[in-house]
Write a protein that binds this ligand. Structure first.
Ligand SMILES: [Zn+2]
Length: 124
């Protein structure tokens, strides 16, 4: 049964890579025309919502399987989720163009678009 578990892990990895790739292609196609950064929320590769990063808010994404997305101080983070591994909670916050939070069990992808792509890495 060990082998099967390995296979499942590989499958998850491939799925994640696929989701990221799809999101990347999508963002190239749908390049927003400037003006602030957005947290773009996709489930199963389908964009379901986008929220401005300059407006603080909290959204619950999903119903039975939920992730709570909090936008605060120009950054997006998943603060709570019932996905089991909670990788998505640990991954945040994100604020720069192209940064992502992925929740594999919920097939959820949150990606920053339109932020400051260039410039100094302002980690202090
Ligand atoms: Zn998760």
């Amino acid at each position: 049964m060990q082998k099967d578990r390995k296979k499942a892990a590989l499958h998850d990895l491939l799925l994640a890579a696929g989701v990221l790739l799809a999101a990347g292609v999508l963002s190239l196609l749908l390049r927003p025309g400037g003006g602030g950064a957005w947290a773009v929320v996709s489930v199963d590769g389908q964009e379901i919502a986008r929220y401005r990063l300059d407006q603080d808010r909290e959204e619950t994404i999903g119903q039975g399987d939920y992730n709570i997305l909090r936008i605060e101080n120009g950054a997006a983070a998943v603060t709570e989720a019932n996905c089991g591994d909670r990788t998505c909670v640990v991954m945040g916050p994100i604020s720069r163009e192209g940064e992502t939070i992925v929740c594999l069990p919920h097939r959820l992808l949150i990606r920053v678009e339109g932020g400051e792509a260039s410039g100094v890495d302002a980690v202090s």
